[in-house]
Design a protein around this ligand. Structure first.
Ligand SMILES: [Zn+2]
Length: 478
């Protein structure tokens, strides 16, 4: 059984979703106001491993990752650049979506705040009606944290004394730690009409609203970086549990550790960031995924070139082993029987798969799972490929492919299709050679080429405009 660490209880718990076989998961996505950096990739890729492992475990996963497309940071950036805030958000949303694709991160839904303003207003209305929120003189709406008895349990912090507050904001709140659900518009700021006057949503409310809109009032996993535990997730929890009048709203709170550089958190404010586009250019998506997989998701991951070099050499080994195993399976017929030695190797291959699953079941211990993959590679290279047994190669290949459903490293279909492009050029060349032979009336040679191509499943048809050709496809081929 899968066991996972729950930030709320501070314990590793058995994973039991609210509906058997279905996992509803929400992960806090980006605020598109600047380029993404490696820290974002660490969080998103770590959760992609969680999502993929749940799928491999047989769950139906509905995975939502929001986009905060209106926020103070976006407004500030647009002012600095002298452009419309929508252009800032649009540009970085495009970057984000294309990088997710490049990094092979799967997300079912990307709801955006600006497309859910009506839902947010309705949610805030209910919180006011229920007495959990109040309208301040400015037209801002605040959540009254004294109305929610469990405030602080997730983060272990009861108040937000650390954060700076503007005088006028502080003055209109009932308690200094109340937080904004709706922010009254200041001159020149983007705003939407509401019953409390023009304004825009506070940051935390969007995740409560969009997660419940798509996943209902019983969310199995809510995740984010550890830096979101307070105040973001603490506030989300207060709003949602007050709104639904039930607890728990989220069954498992799961948080990813920071990405550090020389021991310090990588963040824009510290100015020590490595842009994600640059990292992908330097290392490639597979190396980044493998490097992130090498550390447990809750621990800090330090950015070190040596670690990435190591991931690069491991990836090379994975790909070359995969290639050779595939060739062995393709070129040799499967055996009718296995000898005693082969049977032993077959069992040790199976064991690597069991180790992988046991490691992942234990709070997604990916570093131990990676050790199982390394063991598989050693067996494949030392015992499978040298044995000449295609049954063993087939077994090793199957285990590798299963592990890769979590890791996502083996080449995507587009890569395989690239070979087809080359093949197409090659066929065109041969057809052209045949046409030239025909032009010289060398029919014996040209007929021989036609017959040989036919034997390979490539059919030719001579027309007045030249020779057409096609490849006969077998059922199930890609
Ligand atoms: Zn969020």
């Amino acid at each position: 059984m899968l066991r996972i660490y729950n930030t709320l209880t501070k314990e590793v718990e058995d994973f039991r979703p609210s509906e058997p076989g279905i996992v509803k998961a929400y992960f806090c996505g980006p605020t598109p106001y600047d380029h993404l950096h490696l820290g974002h990739a660490r969080a998103f890729i770590s959760f992609d491993f969680v999502r993929r492992y749940l799928l491999l475990r047989g769950y139906n996963v509905l995975y939502v990752q929001n986009i905060t497309d209106i926020d103070d940071k976006i407004i500030r950036r647009a002012r600095e650049l002298g452009v419309d805030w929508r252009d800032v958000a649009g540009k970085y949303i495009d970057e984000y979506l294309s990088l997710l694709k490049e990094l092979r991160i799967g997300v079912d839904l990307h709801p955006r705040v600006t497309e859910h303003i009506e839902d947010i207003i309705e949610f805030v209305k209910v919180l006011i009606e229920k007495g959990h929120a109040y309208v301040a003189p400015s037209g801002s709406v605040y959540f009254d944290i004294t109305t929610y008895g469990d405030y602080g349990r997730l983060s272990g912090r009861r108040s937000s004394e650390e954060w700076r507050q503007e005088e006028e904001v502080l003055a209109e709140k009932r308690n200094p730690f109340d937080f904004a659900l709706w922010k009254a518009a200041k001159p020149g700021e983007p705003s939407w009409p509401s019953p409390w006057g023009p304004g825009r949503p506070g940051w935390h409310i969007e995740c409560s609203v969009m997660s419940s809109k798509y996943l209902g009032d019983a969310i199995d996993i809510h995740g984010g970086g550890q830096d979101l535990i307070f105040p973001h997730h603490e506030n989300e929890r207060a709003q949602s549990e007050s709104y639904f009048g039930k607890s728990p709203w989220v069954r498992y709170w799961v948080h990813v550790g920071p990405l550090t550089i020389a021991g310090e958190k990588m963040s824009k404010s510290l100015g020590n960031i490595v842009r994600l586009v640059d990292a992908i250019k330097a290392w490639g998506p597979g190396v980044l995924r493998l490097w992130i997989f090498s550390a447990h998701y809750r621990r800090p991951l330090d950015y070190k070139e040596e670690a990435l070099e190591q991931a690069r050499s491991t990836l090379k080994k994975i790909l070359s082993t995969y290639d050779m195993l595939s060739r062995a399976v393709k070129e040799r017929p499967l055996e009718h029987r296995l000898g005693e030695r082969e049977l032993r190797v077959w069992i040790s291959l199976s064991q690597t798969w069991r180790e992988f699953v046991e490691a992942m079941d234990n709070d997604l211990n990916s570093s131990r799972a990676l050790a199982a993959l390394h063991r598989l590679l050693s067996i494949a290279n030392a015992e499978v490929l040298t044995s000449g047994s295609s049954s063993l190669a087939f077994k090793a290949l199957s285990v590798m492919e299963l592990m890769d459903r979590v890791l996502g490293l083996l080449p995507p279909r587009e890569e395989i299709l690239k070979t087809s492009d080359q093949l197409e050029e090659l066929i065109k060349l041969i057809v052209e050679v045949r046409s030239r032979l025909r032009a010289k009336k060398m029919y014996e040679e040209s007929d021989w080429i036609r017959a040989e191509l036919g034997r390979l499943g490539i059919r030719l048809a001579d027309t007045k405009e030249g020779t057409l050709w096609f490849v006969e496809r077998q059922a199930g081929s890609t």
